[in-house]
Design a protein around this ligand. Structure first.
Ligand SMILES: Cc1cc2nc3c(=O)[nH]c(=O)nc-3n(C[C@H](O)[C@H](O)[C@H](O)COP(=O)(O)OP(=O)(O)OC[C@H]3O[C@@H](n4cnc5c(N)ncnc54)[C@H](O)[C@@H]3O)c2cc1C
Length: 196
């Protein structure tokens, strides 16, 4: 939908692919971790790196929000800049507020990684919120650009397609919610986590 075209632009080809391992023998010295523990190891690794996804989202949201601000200060309809309309101002305000909230969630999960603490709960919250945030921000930015936002003359429609993936890969929204609620329901973490 979006990610593939990004790869085509930079690498010439790409996109999701199937990997099939048939009759592969791995030498003992190349085994990572313990036999039968690969899934646990993989989940640990993903948990530690998960906050990088919403950090991409923050960069994208900053870029497109600035585009919306510039456009709101330039585009005129009925003799006035569109940024003088409360409807536009509120979209900008909501976007900046959500962007800042995502930034703090990401900083917190990066902090838990730095401290050597279990980052999975904080990272799931950052991933869930950051992925939703960038989708909402890009949608508003497209709306602020009106018909121009929908065309391929601006990069917004590409971001609109690309950021949809953020709610799916490295664990879907539903999986993040499952992790967050399970941690609380089973008492693995308390409300507010390490900072409470
Ligand atoms: C462009 C792209 C790039 C990708 N890159 C990578 C990569 O680099 N590495 C990698 O490992 N994977 C990658 N993926 C795979 C991605 O992580 C998976 O698509 C994602 O985890 C969802 O798995 P699935 O597609 O099998 O959906 P499914 O597991 O079939 O889920 C379908 C729907 O059901 C929901 N669902 C499933 N189980 C439950 C449940 N127990 N409770 C509630 N809801 C549930 C899901 O949230 C989803 O909404 C990529 C995918 C895409 C599209």
């Amino acid at each position: 939908m979006g990610w593939r075209s990004e790869f085509i632009q930079t690498m010439g080809e790409g996109g999701p692919a199937s990997l099939i391992f048939d009759g592969v023998r791995v030498p003992h010295r190349n085994i990572l971790g313990e036999i039968g523990q690969g899934f646990t190891l993989g989940m640990e690794w993903i948990g530690k790196g998960r906050y990088t996804i919403p950090s991409h989202a923050i960069g994208i949201a900053e870029r497109v929000l600035q585009m919306a601000i510039d456009y709101a200060n330039t585009r005129e309809t009925f003799g006035a800049k569109i940024g003088t309309n409360q409807a536009i101002q509120w979209m900008i305000a909501d976007s900046e507020t959500e962007l800042e909230a995502a930034r703090w969630l990401v900083l917190r999960s990066a902090w838990t990684v730095d401290q050597g603490l279990d980052p999975r709960h904080a990272s799931s919250m950052g991933k869930l919120y950051g992925a939703g945030m960038v989708n909402r921000v890009v949608d508003r930015v497209l709306q602020i650009h009106g018909g121009m936002g929908y065309t391929r003359e601006l990069p917004i429609e590409r971001w609109y397609r690309q950021v949809r993936l953020y709610r799916i890969f490295e664990g879907t929204d539903e999986m993040q919610r499952l992790i967050i609620s399970r941690d609380l329901l089973r008492g693995y973490t308390k409300i507010g986590g390490h900072l409470a």
